[in-house]
Design a protein around this ligand. Structure first.
Ligand code: ZN
Length: 279
């Protein structure tokens, strides 16, 4: 268990089972995006990404998914979102970070082929979100994919001043607006799930009034095999859940067909947060 996670558990989420919170347990790897400074330190470049392997096409569900909800619930006041606010077969499938562009592409393909509704809590400093913006944008515009704010570069917000918290959220919001043509407000997910009253207050002052945690994790902020990812999905995919995964490591690509099938087998309807929360 990392210090971040420990601090999070001690810091006010004791009501949630420890196993639930095994995501975002360490900083997103920086190797993908670490800028290389030129000798004079003023120029920054990135190593261009290599060619991407195409994920294996998925077998899409043959029967229609249960309908979307016709009512919405209220965003809770004074505490973070951890569950769907209305009854029904609804599950919010949320994906964070984006350090591996091939995983972002695999989720995009899955969404295209199955119609599943997803919420990406992205870090704008990850090149994947620019590389795949053209592909994702139509699904963002239609509402199938929601873009939530996970800060620009994934710091522990508790370590920042109020201004620092706002700078992280606003820089990412500006990126999301310019790249996807939508606002992420009011939803944000604090990196590592690390939040306190100071962070909530600073975020709310610029319109981020819906800190969003989770109840159920694919635990793939660490490197897992496809079978391990599948087993966490077996454990956590369910009605009323907000489940967190990560677009950081390729294990989930090999598990994607199982995850898609699980949604169907369990009679779930994937939803975005905007589908179920009144904003
Ligand atoms: Zn994260």
């Amino acid at each position: 268990m990392s210090m971040d996670r420990r601090a999070f558990l001690v810091g006010g989420t004791g009501a949630l089972a420890a196993g639930v919170l095994s995501a975002c347990a360490r900083p997103a790897p920086t190797a993908v995006t670490a800028p290389t400074s030129s000798p004079n330190g003023t120029e920054r470049t990135r190593t261009p990404p290599g060619p991407e392997p195409s994920p294996t096409p998925l077998t899409a569900p043959t029967s229609p998914a249960p309908p979307l909800p016709t009512t919405k619930g209220a965003i809770p006041v004074g505490k973070a979102i951890t569950k769907i606010p209305i009854p029904g077969p609804y599950m919010a499938w949320t994906i964070d970070d984006g350090t591996d562009p091939t995983v972002v592409a695999a989720y995009a393909q899955m969404a295209e082929q199955t119609g599943n509704r997803l919420t990406f809590f992205l870090n704008g400093n990850q090149p994947a979100w620019t590389m795949h913006a053209q592909r994702l944008r139509p699904m963002v515009q239609s509402g199938q994919i929601q873009i939530g704010n996970h800060t620009w570069s994934h710091p522990d917000l508790r370590s920042l001043s109020a201004q620092g918290v706002q700078d992280q959220l606003q820089r990412n919001e500006d990126f999301i607006q310019s790249t996807y043509g939508v606002s992420s407000k009011p939803f944000y997910r604090p990196p590592f799930g690390a939040i306190n009253a100071s962070v909530r207050s600073a975020a709310a002052a610029i319109g981020f009034t819906a800190p969003t945690l989770w109840y159920g994790s694919l635990s793939d902020s660490s490197v897992l095999t496809p079978d391990q990812v599948s087993a966490f999905a077996d454990q956590w995919f369910g009605a009323g859940r907000i489940v967190i995964g990560h677009a950081n490591h390729p294990g989930v690509i090999g598990a994607m067909q199982h995850l898609v099938d699980l949604v169907v087998q369990r009679g779930l309807r994937t939803v975005t947060l905007r589908d179920v929360f009144a904003t």
